[in-house]
Design a protein around this ligand. Structure first.
Ligand code: AHG
Ligand code: MN
Ligand code: MN
Length: 335
């Protein structure tokens, strides 16, 4: 399929603006700004190895994780791009201790939207030329417009999301997002810097063969997860399952979206709430999964119904093909 005559992301955003509940063009401008920031990050990711962008930055984020140079670059690229365009009134990032109130222009505090972002997902894969990504989530603020944003604008349940998406900087760069009317995927033509609609109305298969989990943590898994893995691996029943784990949520999730599968990052004795962050990773992926016909839970309850209590909160995450997630939930409940 030759996409060059096809619809661009810019055209798609304009055409679909009428579907938004409170259409004023503001959300369209915000998504366009995200599109721009992803191109900036994509450019840098593709230079990795050629310019001095690989390796550690020499600091830790609020969660005690060592920041890589690309983590810091991507974080700044998104914050700068979004804050200079009067498209958001607040940003919370995995890489920042606290949320940011955007007050740098006369009108920026008039914006209705806040963005929550994992600017560079899959940091451990940066230096080895394996796909990394970005994950974003957009909400309408709940405090009055025209005033500085507050913590409650960010601590909203996932079911209040207005839009969410992820980008994969991989063998090709893709941006996938939803505004609540299904999920669409766009592929970047790097030579002209344009995203084209390549994956309209994405649907995750109801069943799949792939499970994605870091089995190195097996000894620490809850019994229900061990039981689920045993179920997948049962030789005598000739089960069809196979395992794929990249270690970049964006890439593992994307593969499962296309082929069917389940991604699990459970609680463990070392990390009682798992590793993934509710606001920056789990809620946006859950919204996309559900919009594509899939499911996302913490093993027991719907991810998007969890009331967040803190910005950097972690939750166990079971996400992907509906029937696979339901089987895992059944074994979690029985254990
Ligand atoms: P981040 O790079 O934003 O910190 O996210 C890493 C996440 C996720 O992308 C990935 O699936 C998971 O951490 C991998 O964790 P393990 O190395 O513990 O398997
Ligand atoms: Mn991440
Ligand atoms: Mn990250």
């Amino acid at each position: 399929m030759n996409l060059e005559a096809g619809q661009t992301l810019g055209e798609f955003i304009i055409e679909n603006q009428k579907d938004f509940k409170y259409s004023s063009g503001e959300l369209s401008r915000l998504i366009s700004s995200i599109k721009l920031a992803t191109k900036v990050v994509n450019h840098k990711v593709n230079q990795a190895g050629l310019v001095d962008i690989l390796g550690k930055f020499g600091s830790e984020n609020i969660q005690g994780e060592e920041q890589q140079k690309l983590d810091v670059f991507a974080n700044e690229a998104f914050i700068k791009t979004l804050s200079q365009r009067e498209v958001v009134c607040g940003i919370a990032s995995e890489e920042n201790d606290d949320f940011i109130q955007i007050t740098n222009t006369v009108n920026s505090h008039l914006s209705k939207y806040v963005v929550l972002i994992d600017p560079l997902d899959g940091s451990s894969n940066i230096d080895v030329n394996v796909s990394v990504g970005t994950i974003f989530s957009i909400y309408r603020r709940v405090t009055p417009e025209g005033t500085p944003v507050q913590i409650e604008d960010f601590l909203q349940k996932g079911n209040q999301q207005v839009a969410a998406g992820y980008v994969i900087y991989g063998s090709s760069t893709m941006l996938i997002y939803t505004t609540g009317n299904g999920v669409n995927g766009f592929t970047l033509n790097p030579s002209i810097g344009t995203f084209y609609l390549s994956h309209p109305n994405m649907r995750i298969p109801e069943d799949g063969n792939i499970y994605s989990i870091n089995e190195g943590n097996y000894a620490h898994f809850p019994q229900g997860v061990k039981d689920y893995l045993k179920y997948c691996q049962k030789v005598e029943e000739d089960r069809p399952y196979t395992s794929r784990y990249i270690g970049s949520l964006c890439a593992d999730f994307h593969r499962n979206m296309l082929k069917g599968g389940i991604y699990i990052y459970p609680s463990g004795s070392k990390s009682p709430n798992g590793k993934l962050r509710l606001l920056y990773e789990c809620n946006p992926m859950a919204y996309i999964a559900e919009q594509a016909g899939g499911k996302a839970t913490d093993g027991f309850q719907r991810i998007m119904d969890i009331q967040p209590t803190e910005l950097h909160q972690r939750v166990p995450f079971f996400c992907g093909s509906k029937n696979m997630v339901e089987k895992a939930e059944e074994l979690m409940a029985n254990s």
